[in-house]
Design a protein around this ligand. Sequence first.
Ligand SMILES: NC(=O)c1ccc[n+]([C@@H]2O[C@H](COP(=O)([O-])OP(=O)(O)OC[C@H]3O[C@@H](n4cnc5c(N)ncnc54)[C@H](OP(=O)(O)O)[C@@H]3O)[C@@H](O)[C@H]2O)c1
Length: 296
Amino acid sequence: MLTMKILLTGVTGQVGSALLRPLQRLGRVIYPTRTQLDLSDASAVARYLERNSPDLIVNPAAWTQVDCAETDPDAAYGLNALLPEQLARYCADRDIWLIHYSTDYVYSGAGTEPFTEASVPAPLNVYGETKLAGDEAIQALCQKHLILRTSWVYSHSGHNFLKTMLRVGKERDELRVVNDQVGTPTSAEFLADVTAQMVDYMQVNQEIPAGVYHAVPSGYTTWADFAEAIFAMARESGLGEYIVTVKGIPTSEYPTPAVRPLNSRLCNDKLLNVMPNSDFSWGQCLTNSFAALVKP
Ligand SMILES: NC(=O)c1ccc[n+]([C@@H]2O[C@H](COP(=O)([O-])OP(=O)(O)OC[C@H]3O[C@@H](n4cnc5c(N)ncnc54)[C@H](OP(=O)(O)O)[C@@H]3O)[C@@H](O)[C@H]2O)c1
């Protein structure tokens, strides 16, 4: 299986770019960018699959502009629901694995208990609805699937909260940050490591039960406390003084087109049962990300 051909989508995204190197250690990776393959064009995708015959598909590509999805639901549905459905049909026909990524936004955000993989989804916004439709299509069509539901993804590339904080934290004395949404910041590198371990398991024929997994580090925080942690880490890492006060505000004072869940807690027990090596706190993951950022 060392010559496994892996199709990686979304290589220019946060998770896709973090996945490239770890997957290249496990097989031959093909990773078309948008200019090489428009993933919203089903015929082009079908032709690409026929021509390249992958042995495994890893699909972090998605429509991730949560607010824009409210006004352009068809585009979001194309990438988040129709593409996974097409990939699931292809994988089922060839009896190959599909690894896909999903989100805390499939859940209702109600209550204060962590959601488990058995919780009934009830998305609050169009993005969540389209991602859930993708998950359900995969579950219905392709037995060999791993759906990794994650939350609050950050990396040192792409658009994300960590990068925004590092930029605006230098420009302002005070930042108003939401403090009533609770969830788990997840580094793209954490997701890449979890995914690579899963592929490794497949290759050495260890049991990897198909299904949905909550792929997040352990522990929960708020956006405001995450911002404080980022500034503390940035100061420690010598990235700047970051003399900025974080003022916690309720979500009601930061209105957005798409409603956000207040409770994004995802229980990761199922993941850790299969992969005890992935037991990192979100703070450890943040420390690792900064260590990689300032590495000489
Ligand atoms: N970001 C989060 O906070 C978050 C939270 C929970 C779950 N997730 C899930 O995690 C996964 C990875 O997210 P991410 O943050 O890595 O996303 P991202 O940084 O926005 O990357 C999305 C990728 O999809 C590609 N793409 C989108 N439309 C395309 C098209 N028509 N043709 C070809 N490529 C296209 C993008 O290409 P271009 O660079 O050319 O645009 C990019 O490479 C997604 O399934 C997402 O739903 C993310």
